[in-house]
Design a protein around this ligand. Structure first.
Ligand code: SF4
Length: 289
């Protein structure tokens, strides 16, 4: 495989074939994110993609899921993306799920029919970073979309029959807006009603604007119990028809795996026990991204 730079993928794609179709992120402006800093966004050329699909055809026969890296594969123009999905289907017929990161800009550029076409060609799940449902926080972190836009684009993906996995970021609003962040994120998640929610806890990356703001004293990190309180309120405010709410990422202080609506009450009690000190939290040195 012709990988360029560091390859990132969602935790649930750990066993997938990782096909790098773009480098970097088409947005690359979020203040907390250092994933693709220094990498220019580009779509990889057809010759390289063909060679990588051929490689996967010969060496990845036991992996039935495939993830399109890097940051925002959905931004690829429709004709080319359709061609890539056709090649995957032809050369890797055992692959039964293709996933990709998506953001509001890339979703907006596709018509409902185009998204449907991608779904029919195997794009079964999209991963979207909401981070927060709070308008002020989204603006502060330079996410490039407001909450209503997030709701609109999230619903658009779901309407095409593509499963949606949304990431939210605990602690991203700092101390002052923590409560608003938790409530508004719960509201936006409820409006979108995705199949999966993954809550990560903020870990600052040196070199990012948010890290610089923290050094300057302009941004305050939450203490572990404050992160947990934020998670509790966010979960309490989130109503899903039938979806998973997980906070089991390596960055989290308390692993949570809940299927909503059924597990909600028990999970809130679990968080309460941790807040009362009856369950110990993950020590700082064991957290990671
Ligand atoms: S968080 Fe996502 S959209 Fe924002 S810069 Fe990083 S990869 Fe791009």
């Amino acid at each position: 495989m012709h990988y360029q730079g560091t390859i990132f993928r969602p935790p649930s794609e750990a066993d997938s074939i990782l096909l790098q179709v773009t480098t970097g992120c088409s947005h690359n402006k979020c203040t907390f994110c250092g994933m693709y800093k220094g990498t220019r966004f580009s779509i990889k050329d057809d010759v390289t993609l063909k060679a990588d699909i051929e490689f996967a055809a010969n060496h990845c026969r036991r992996q039935n899921r495939l993830f399109l890296c890097d940051g925002d594969a959905l931004i690829i123009p429709q004709e080319r993306l359709v061609g890539i999905l056709h090649s995957i289907r032809k050369k890797l017929p055992w692959v039964n799920r293709v996933g990709a990161y998506a953001n509001t800009k890339s979703i907006d550029r596709k018509s409902p029919d185009q998204l449907q076409e991608l779904r029919e060609l195997g794009l079964a799940i999209a991963y979207m970073g909401l981070e927060s449902g709070d308008a002020v926080t989204l603006k502060d972190i330079n996410k490039g979309a407001d909450p209503e836009r997030m709701i609109e684009m999230g619903r658009k993906i779901r309407a095409a029959g593509i499963k949606l996995s949304i990431t939210v970021l605990l602690g991203i609003a700092g101390k002052q807006r923590s409560t608003i962040h938790a409530r508004e994120t719960g509201r936006v998640l409820t409006e979108i009603d995705p199949e999966f929610v993954g809550a990560l806890s903020l870990m600052l990356t040196p070199g990012t604007p948010l890290h610089t703001a923290w050094i300057a004293g302009d941004f305050q990190l939450l203490r572990p119990v404050e992160v947990l309180s934020e998670l509790r309120l966010m979960l309490a405010e989130t109503v899903l028809t039938d979806g998973y709410f997980h906070a089991n990422h390596a960055s989290n202080y308390l692993p949570i795996r809940a299927r909503l609506p059924g597990d909600k009450a028990a999970t809130l009690l679990l968080i309460d026990s941790a807040l009362q000190g009856k369950i110990s939290l993950k020590p700082e040195y064991m957290r990671g991204l």
